[in-house]
Design a protein. Sequence first.
Length: 297
Amino acid sequence: MLDNMLMDINKRNDPDKTGDALKAQRFQMLADIAKELSGEVVFPTYFDAVLRLRKILQDPEQSIANLAKAISAEPLISAKLLHLANSVAFNATGQEIRDLKSAIIRLGLNAVQTAALSIVMTQLMRAKGMAEFSETTHVLWEHSIQTSAAAYVLAAENPRLNRDEAMLAGLIHDLGAFYMLYRATQYDELRHRPDTIKYLIAQWHESIGVSLLNALGLPDEIVDATIDHDHLRRSPPNIRNLSDVVYVANMLSGGHLEWEPDEQTELAAEIAALNEQFSHLRPAIDTLANELRGTLK
């Protein structure tokens, strides 16, 4: 990965480069990320809660009561879980839940991870130096919420697919982009030219995201579903697996059309075709997205 990154940044004719200092810091950021991903990933401190919870969730011997006790040590995650469990999307009966154990039972373990990872992503958005990238991070977060909702609704149409797993995959499919923005705050030239990072994100966020998700210990199926989610498939979608769900959900949520100038025409056509094909699901997607926007903010 490191060699590919370094060769790529050298040979590409990037129209957004203006000056040797900017080019040097773009190159340095990619090199630093690649070196880190080739060894042991050092996450920001607020990833600790996710890593601790992930370890507990992977233990088949843990009871729901023990899980609830562990989660209660993370107040933000606890609050989000209770809010999500009582939202319209997950509370069809209207019966309010007031304890974590009941919330976990209603939502399932994937929702626990979804809430925990949503906190990580919002903390990345608020990290020191991220103010310069506020517009980009806001767009990314809105896209992630919309993709998560679309993935859930699409998966619910297929009884063979796990809709909660799809929601989680949709939420974290662009984690690599958030991480790249966080790393860009460490380079003065990039902070002063926030638009320049979009080119690097478009080129590298998928592969960087896969490495991050593997380091976090996410299941292979979820990690694999995020691969090439921004690459056009050029054929009518037949949703058979989680990868298909994430691809279609990502496109229904606009993809990253403005970040891919070389493919804007084809991307726009693909997005328009998918929006027409799945137009009957749009009301459900938008309703759930609004629910998630309020719960995971």
